[in-house]
Every structure is written in structure tokens, then in C-alpha cells.
Design a protein around this ligand. Structure first.
Ligand SMILES: Cc1cc2nc3c(=O)[nH]c(=O)nc-3n(C[C@H](O)[C@H](O)[C@H](O)COP(=O)(O)O)c2cc1C
Length: 326
């Protein structure tokens, strides 16, 4: 249902503030992604309750799938092995089918509270965390990890990845940059390839895949057959489809639902999507965040204009008019 070591896959990256449940719902209608990973859920002072998981991940009511049928993996972030393991068990109690552990988040508030990329400085702790969660979660539920190359030292990836495999990770996803490198291009894919060649679990390659040429280079440098797409899911919405074609895999089943992005970035199409979203959770802040990522790496004027608009309705009107005038 999630990752098969022999079958290529395209995965939607978790993006806090962007890939929430409504986003996952409509993007899954495209059939472009084999599975999605939830935005990270922080496990800090207390164990997260089953009720909390149900509230934040509506897909848990449907066997951890969107209504269009795309599996959703639950991502936890924290540094306490016991609380993470207990929380993972609670997620599974209410329907989670796979757990991912976040060792990549660079946010200072998260790192200060012993979570995300800061843990990449402590291979022993990484191993202990994944082993504790793995041992507690029944073996047929995958437990994976998502990491960066390191905190400051990119060479840390080799030891950390080995420890995660030793601790029982079902697979690991590597974003080819350190925490210190933030989001500054480029992403370094070659180390991902070296790690992949040295491990026997699957390694998902991630970072800076914006075009089909990027994808081909990333595939060449990593030798991977599993790829995770983040920001380009918005800025280049047809890219995942093209990658599937290159990988020779069909679109995923969508339970009869269908959504097709066109080649050009069509503001009217996105306006319709936003409208649907606004019914579920009217938040112009969230919609602005989406538009900001839609505009990335493209010569579009939307973002600057949308930034100053006050309401969801104004944003929708702007995008529709923009389309009519082009
Ligand atoms: C706004 C934003 C939020 C993110 N939130 C998460 C998150 O919740 N969990 C996680 O593991 N990675 C998170 N990431 C990292 C992405 O999953 C991905 O690793 C990164 O964007 C690189 O891939 P890309 O170049 O394809 O975007 C986030 C990235 C962005 C831009």
C-alpha cells in the first residue's frame, strides 16, 4: 500500500501549512502520487491521543486513504522515543497504516524543543528512537524516517542512514541538503545515491526536482526508483505525471474521481480548487501560502498581488480575472 522496494513510486512530500487534508484530497484525484505523507505532528510533552489523530487526519476514518484512494502516511516529530512510540500506537489504533518520523525539520522552534533536524547530530538517539517505535508498532505497519543530509555536516548522512536501517526503518527519505543549507539550491543528490547503494532498504530521493530534466539527473545520480516531490507539486503540477511516464508506471486509481491539471499553470483552475478549500476551512492565510508556492520558480505576477488582498473572495476574483485577461 505504501512503498514496494521493486516498484517505482512518486510520493507527495509533507509540507506543513500546505499539504493539509483538503489539499491531499484534491491532489489525490489526479492519480499522480502513490501516497502522501501528513504534515508533521509534534509529539513533545505528552503522548498524542487517538482523538487528536482523528481530528487532524480525517483520512483515518477511511483506512488512512483520501476519498480518491491515495494512502496517507502519518508523520510524527519529536525526540522522546517512548512518547513517539505510544503516539504511533494511538495513531494505529484509530486507523493509521504507516508511520514516518521527521528528522529533517529545520525550524528553530522545533529544533529547540528537541525535534526534527537537530537529532541528526546524535546517531545513537536516531537509532534508539526508530528502534523503540519499530519494536512497539506491529511489524506489518511500516515505520520510515525522513531526514536531511545532516545538521551542519553533510557527511553525517552515511552514519545516520546506517543507524536508521539498523534500528529497523522500513525505508528512508533523504532531502539532499543539511539543516544549515536550509532551502538554498542546489540539493545534493549524489550522497543519496551513495547511501542507497550501501543500504538494503529503499531510499526515496527528495529535493529540488522542478523539471523532468531535474528528475532525470536525480535518478541518474541516486539510482533510486522512488522520488518525493514537494514544492513542485504546486509550481509544476503536471511534473509528477511526467515522472510517472518516465518511470513507466500508470496513474493511480482514484475511485472514479478525476482531476487533470493542464500544462500551463492555470489560475482559474487553482481558483476553483481554492473555492472548494474555502468551504472546508475558510482561511485566506492558507490560500496565500498556496499561491506563494504556486508562483515559485515561475514568471508570474500573482504572488506579489495576492499578498495584499484581504479575503478569500478577493483572491478568487483576482485569479479568475487574471485568467480572463491572459
Ligand atoms: C512549507 C514547507 C513545509 C514543510 N513541512 C514539512 C513537514 O511537515 N515534514 C517534513 O518532513 N518535511 C517538510 N518539508 C520539507 C519537504 O517535505 C521537502 O523535503 C522539501 O521541500 C524538499 O523537497 P522539494 O524541493 O521537492 O520541495 C516542508 C517544506 C516546505 C517548503
Amino acid at each position: 500500500m505504501f512503498l514496494n522496494s521493486k516498484i517505482p513510486a512518486v510520493i507527495l512530500a509533507p509540507m506543513e501549512g500546505i499539504t493539509d487534508a483538503p489539499f491531499r484530497e484534491f491532489i489525490s484525484r489526479t492519480g499522480y502520487y502513490d501516497y502522501c505523507v501528513s504534515e508533521f505532528i509534534r509529539v513533545s510533552g505528552t503522548v498524542l491521543s487517538p482523538k487528536m489523530f482523528r481530528k487532524h487526519i480525517p483520512e483515518l476514518l477511511h483506512e488512512s486513504k483520501t476519498l480518491a484512494g491515495t494512502p496517507v502516511q502519518i508523520q510524527l516529530l519529536g525526540g522522546d522515543p517512548e512518547r513517539l512510540a505510544e503516539s504511533a500506537l494511538n495513531a494505529i489504533e484509530v486507523g493509521a497504516m504507516a508511520i514516518d518520523l521527521n528528522f529533517g525539520c529545520p525550524a528553530p522552534t522545533v529544533n529547540r524543543h528537541d525535534g526534527g533536524a537537530t537529532l541528526l547530530q546524535y546517531p545513537d538517539r536516531l537509532e534508539k528512537i526508530i528502534r523503540t517505535v519499530r519494536d512497539r508498532v506491529p511489524s506489518h505497519f511500516p515505520v520510515s524516517a525522513k531526514m536531511r543530509l545532516g545538521f551542519a555536516d553533510p557527511e553525517a548522512v552515511y552514519e545516520n542512514a546506517k543507524r536508521l536501517e539498523q534500528g529497523g526503518a522500513s525505508w528512508i527519505t533523504i532531502h539532499g541538503r543539511t539543516k544549515t543549507q536550509g532551502y538554498i539550491p542546489p540539493a545534493y543528490w549524489k550522497p543519496i545515491g551513495k547511501v542507497r547503494a550501501s543500504l538494503s532498504i529503499p531510499v526515496v530521493a527528495n529535493g529540488e526536482i522542478w523539471t523532468i530534466e531535474d528528475f532525470k539527473k536525480c535518478r541518474e545520480e541516486t539510482g533510486s526508483i522512488h522520488f518525493m516531490i514537494g514544492r513542485a507539486a504546486l509550481a509544476q503540477p503536471t511534473l509528477a505525471k511526467k515522472i510517472r511516464e518516465e518511470l513507466g508506471i500508470p496513474l493511480c486509481e482514484t475511485n472514479g474521481q478525476k482531476f487533470e491539471f493542464t500544462e500551463e499553470l492555470n489560475p482559474g483552475v487553482w481558483a476553483e480548487i481554492f473555492k472548494e478549500y474555502a468551504v472546508v476551512q475558510p482561511s485566506e492565510k492558507r490560500i496565500k501560502q498556496w499561491v506563494r508556492y504556486l508562483a515559485q520558480k515561475r514568471n508570474v505576477t500573482w504572488w506579489e498581488s495576492v499578498k495584499s488582498l484581504g479575503s478569500t473572495q478577493e483572491i478568487l476574483n483576482y485569479l479568475r480575472q487574471f485568467e480572463e485577461s491572459t
